[in-house]
Design a protein around this ligand. Structure first.
Ligand SMILES: CCC[C@@H](CC(=O)O)C(=O)C(=O)O
Ligand SMILES: [Zn+2]
Length: 328
């Protein structure tokens, strides 16, 4: 597979047994690009220059210019960095073992560990919203982003405000397991290569997300490396879309679209910056509802049931009584 001028072979990617097609790679000047974004369909934009001023954000530059702030770094004993919401562990007094360790460190410490990192050692994932502790050079870089283009996208698609720019720095081979987010996302690749596998919101029934009250809310229960087809039979029918992002590529990742993301193996560390936007007002509702709207409805039903029943263990039995033999 050749993407962004670089060729990859199978050993660079984790191999899964579901089919995928390529996500379109288009110029931001192509009229199809704005159409796909307006239809909430994924597209890789190859020439937005969105974060051209950040092309120099390699480890040395960041270490010199990122400033004295502390950075959240996750450590994993395997390749996976499955997100978990710590507040839900406390809220529901759950007996939950986090799959990764979260530590706060200074950037120079992270940079040193990353330079000396060797395959086989604990993998690391720096995940930190950019904030005003960064040095002046990085503020200048940030101000030089292609804000005209992205502001036009926000306006034309009636999105809400930009909520954060998450800086992501990963060791080769890291995996962010398949999940969805409730925000629109322009994902900018700065250094290194990342493979995205996307599934539409209509794949909800094939990806079996954890309950909304669970720390792994929004994450699939299906482990792509060991899919338990007995427990998750519909996963067998899934198919996705994929793309490899290289420096300068920007992926439009629509809200509620499932995504599995891996940093290409046996390669360089990866630096990415995402742009998360709140969705705008839903506007005129048309029926039947679209997949992502049904996901929002199901989330609200689960939230309401937890609120009403007060015990998360009562939600499943009540839903089963409601559905079994009556809707199935
Ligand atoms: C914590 C966010 C991770 C990112 C995927 C990746 O780069 O590994 C993602 O899922 C997103 O931008 O939505
Ligand atoms: Zn995500």
């Amino acid at each position: 597979m050749s993407e962004n001028g670089k060729t990859f072979e199978e050993s660079h990617f984790h191999l899964y047994d579901f089919p995928t097609v390529s996500i379109p790679r288009l110029s931001h000047l192509n009229p199809d690009t704005d159409r796909l974004i307006s239809e909430m369909k994924p597209v890789v934009l190859t020439d937005t220059e969105l974060v051209a001023s950040a092309q120099k954000w390699n480890l040395d530059y960041l270490e010199k210019n990122i400033g004295p702030g502390s950075y959240t770094v996750y450590l994993s004993n395997n390749k996976k960095f499955k997100y978990f919401d710590e507040s839900k562990i406390r809220e529901h007094n759950l007996n939950f073992t986090p799959p990764t360790e979260r530590i706060e460190m200074k950037f120079w410490d992270f940079a040193e560990r990353l330079r000396n990192w060797k395959d086989g050692e604990k993998r690391m994932y720096l995940q930190q919203p950019l904030n005003d502790t960064v040095g002046k050079n990085m503020v200048d870089d940030f101000l030089s982003f292609n804000w005209n283009w992205i502001a036009r996208q926000k306006k034309e698609n009636n999105w809400g405000p930009l909520t954060s720019n998450l800086l992501l720095i990963s060791t080769p081979g890291n995996i962010t397991p398949v999940h969805y987010d409730e925000q629109e996302n322009f994902f900018a690749q700065i250094h290194g290569y990342k493979r995205f596998i996307l599934f539409s919101p209509d794949c909800y029934d094939k990806l079996y997300p954890h309950p909304v009250w669970h720390p792994h809310d929004r994450q699939s229960q299906v482990d792509f490396d060991v899919p338990q087809y007995d427990k998750f039979p519909k996963f067998h029918d899934i198919s996705g879309q994929e793309a490899v992002l290289g420096p300068g590529d920007v992926l439009y990742l629509p809200m509620y679209w499932w995504h599995h993301v891996e940093t290409v193996q046996h390669g360089d560390y990866a630096v990415s910056l995402n742009f998360w936007y709140k969705s705008g007002p839903s506007g005129k509702i048309t029926y039947p509802l679209q997949g992502f709207q049904k996901m929002a409805v199901m989330r609200n039903i689960e939230k309401m049931l937890v609120e009403t029943l007060k015990d998360v263990n009562e939600v499943g039995p009540l839903l089963q009584a409601l559905v079994e033999g009556r809707y199935t």
